[in-house]
Write a protein that binds this ligand. Sequence first.
Ligand code: RIB
Ligand code: CA
Length: 317
Amino acid sequence: MATKVILDCDTGTDDAVAIMLAALHPDLELLAVTTVNGNVPVEVVTENSLRVLDHVGRPDVPVYPGAAVALARGDFPVPRADLTGFEMHGRHLALPPSRSAPADQGAVAFLLARFEAARSAGEDIVLVATGPLTNVALCLKLEPRFARTLRRLVVMGGGHEVGNVTPSAEFNFWADPEAARVVMRSGIRELVLVPLDATHQALLDEGDCRRLRSLGTAAGSATAAMVEQRIRAHDQSQPMARPGSAPVHDAVCVALVADPQIVTTTGYHVDVETSGELTVGRSVIDTHQRSGRPPNVEVATSVDQGRFVELLLQAFA
Ligand code: RIB
Ligand code: CA
């Protein structure tokens, strides 16, 4: 029985790999994609998501457009492409323009209705959020029962030893700190957080790109091209421990749904800084129980890189 998944993303290059993995892995059933402002403006996120699904032969998966701005701040986030200038994501993905149209319903209305329907039908759906958490926070604000309706949420975000948009903070949390705090404090039963400390353990290199391209499939070749783009951007501006390699953050979140053994997690209390001059958007992960508060999040502390790459190769074959 495949695990049902809904993906909330800000499609850039690593979200694109996450979408392809969710759409193609035999043990996953991608029900829908919802889009949010983040790497690029939400209308570009929506077009990019449609392009990816068309490209891998899944135009049947609906795409629901979501929040165009952060929950509370008018000046967050400058789309990342404007922030840094390097082409980690670019603007539109280098894929043919979409042939499919987005759904008429908005992301938040869709998520609330779909998870309520799932609750009353006893249906399990995993929500995987790989962009700023604006849509998820809006669901929680509009319907506080959403925290109980939503059984399992997997989030790519935060960083403990590692920041990528400031020394303190990771992009998804930094781009909408108030939304990230709402979600961490929501009491969602199973909240799994995959921070940069984990995703930086699953680096892909040129050799992996060659193996992906040798699959001779649309997903394999598109993933190879996107990872090569990410390797160039990282080498130029955010070099990894191993030069010539790059993390594919968002795909790790989907991979762990298909194969939980890909990650090791530890329960920690996690909150989000929303006012620090130097620390706004920082995930405050209480690794030494200093807050006196019980764990509210399962935090991924390690990733099996080899298992992750093999899972991608098998799914994209
Ligand atoms: O910090 C990495 C995260 O920010 C990834 O989800 C990437 O796609 C961007 O959204
Ligand atoms: Ca993302």
